[in-house]
Design a protein around this ligand. Structure first.
Ligand SMILES: Cc1cc2nc3c(=O)[nH]c(=O)nc-3n(C[C@H](O)[C@H](O)[C@H](O)COP(=O)(O)OP(=O)(O)OC[C@H]3O[C@@H](n4cnc5c(N)ncnc54)[C@H](O)[C@@H]3O)c2cc1C
Length: 458
């Protein structure tokens, strides 16, 4: 019977262009650049650090990595992390961060404060990546003051996620301006006690915002409007999950209006009319747009590596599916394994990997899957670095194997979760602590990444 190790130990060819393009490595240590340093990017950086011998690979139990345990070591490479923000923001916690002032700052941790990242082999660069020139192994980014800067690379992990509008995620790039934005927003919610708040969009984000506003401002009328006949209508989740979510929101006093499209008109006094397609209308202090419109942050890449939605195409043909499924008997695993190499119509690109929401891997976009992908992409880059110095080592790659749908949603002071493995849908206040703690999962995620020490610089 095939073992997991056997699966990984299939020899693979070095990437095309691998031997002919080494201008940068001739000058200094090889460099891995991580574009976008949130869940996937942080996991990638910490996996590379772990493979150098310092710390654990995040979520290692979800992979194998056995082929790397006996590999010759490759410690002489540098990591540059590039992000347009100056800190790691917990997007999952946005509904709490933007409602509760005492949680705002907690959810944004400056990169410079993470002890684990303070190393001579890690650089952090704040900037927006605007192009990648794979011929010359060069990234161009725009620094905060507007100047374009080049950055050479040997390998890249692209983990730039999805663009979502404020207040779903921060629009600010610096902690200081983010705190100002969030404080203005929470103040407006406090002042909305009489006329209330309307949240438009009954996906997970809208549900969480509506529930959190109601839980923190119980005197404020909160209305959630959704154009379909059930909440979470786009998610591949069981009916029961969607019905429980609706039930819990209504029990907590959120006025849920289904099957209505809403038009918003701002009035001269700063309040709003929300007009529905049945002719009805609501006068409200504040409207929060939480529709599921999100665009992949992939504008800096050529269209040849993007699908029709702008997501990055990644390799899925790498590992024999039947072998992987035979080896992994747990029912949590499904579908096609990916090596996470970026592909175009000619095949995999030699030095580009992608991880997280930005990839075209189907399924619910989740922080946990982003982190798993970050680890796998980093491990595969590490394998290529090992192979570069040890031509006789048989290069093998870690597959990212999709996980069956699992979803937990915070609904005000309660929660609903679904796992096809653990027995379907569960709900109730008792789930809040084990699933989310008191900070919508932030402490758990930091701990899982091995980022428990943070020195707050401001
Ligand atoms: C309100 C809300 C609630 C959610 N709730 C949950 C939940 O309960 N559970 C769950 O698992 N998931 C949840 N999610 C989804 C989860 O947040 C995403 O799946 C996750 O953020 C994906 O991580 P990522 O690292 O791929 O991308 P992102 O977290 O989007 O990070 C992308 C990073 O790239 C940076 N970036 C973007 N473009 C560039 C560029 N051109 N140059 C440099 N840097 C760039 C950004 O600044 C950012 O730091 C929620 C999302 C939202 C918005």
């Amino acid at each position: 019977m095939a073992t997991y190790q056997n699966v990984h130990r299939q020899t693979v060819d070095l990437p095309r262009g691998y031997s002919s393009h080494t201008p940068y490595t001739n000058l200094r240590n090889p460099k891995v650049v991580i574009v976008g340093c949130s869940y996937a990017g942080m996991s990638a950086a910490l996996t590379l650090v772990a493979l150098k011998g310092d710390g654990q690979i995040p979520f290692a139990s979800w992979g194998d990595y056995a082929h790397l345990k006996m590999a010759p070591s490759a410690k002489d490479f540098d990591i540059t992390m590039v992000d347009e923000r100056d800190g790691f923001f917990h997007s999952v916690g946005a509904p709490l961060a933007h409602i509760s002032p005492e949680k705002t700052k907690v959810m944004w941790k400056l990169y410079e404060g993470f002890s684990e990242l303070k190393r001579p082999d890690i650089d952090f660069v704040q900037g927006t990546v605007t192009s990648i020139d794979s011929e010359n192994q060069m990234i161009i980014y725009q620094a905060p003051e507007g100047k374009s800067q080049p950055l050479n690379y040997d390998y890249v992990v692209i983990s730039s996620g999805l663009q979502r509008p404020w207040p779903v995620v921060p629009r600010a790039k610096q902690l200081t301006s983010y705190l100002t934005d969030a404080s203005t927003f929470t103040q407006r919610i406090t002042e909305a006690q009489k006329l209330g708040v309307v949240v438009i969009g009954g996906g997970a984000v809208g549900v969480e915002f509506a529930g959190k506003i109601r839980a923190h401002h119980p005197e404020t009328p909160v209305t959630l409007v959704h154009s379909r006949d059930q909440l979470l209508s786009k998610e591949p989740l069981p009916e029961e999950f969607k019905l429980r979510t609706l039930q819990l929101l209504r029990q907590q006093g959120v006025n849920v209006i289904l099957n209505q499209r809403a038009d918003v008109e701002e009035l001269p006094d700063g309040t709003h009319h929300v007009k529905f397609n049945d002719g009805d209308r609501l006068h409200t202090s504040m409207v929060i747009m939480a529709m599921a419109s999100s665009t992949p942050s992939s504008q800096f890449l050529p269209s040849s590596v993007l699908d029709s939605t702008g997501s990055i195409k990644v390799d899925s043909k790498y590992v024999l599916i039947s072998k992987v499924l035979r080896m992994r008997s747990d029912a949590d695993v499904q579908m096609y394994p990916h090596s996470l190499r970026v592909i175009n119509e000619l095949g995999p690109l030699p030095r580009l990997f992608a991880a997280g929401d930005i990839t075209n891997i189907p399924g619910i976009k989740l922080g946990r899957t982003a982190m798993l992908m970050g680890s796998v992409a980093a491990a595969n880059i590490y394998s290529l670095l090992v192979a570069q110095n040890n031509p006789s080592w048989s290069l093998a790659m870690e597959p990212y194997i999709q996980i069956k749908p699992k979803m937990a949603i915070s609904v005000g002071d309660s929660a609903v979760c679904y796992s096809s493995v653990d027995g379907g849908v569960q709900f109730g206040k008792g789930l809040v602590k084990p699933l989310f703690g008191s900070d919508l999962g932030w402490s758990k995620i930091l701990a899982a990444l091995g980022l428990s020490i943070h020195e707050d610089a401001c």
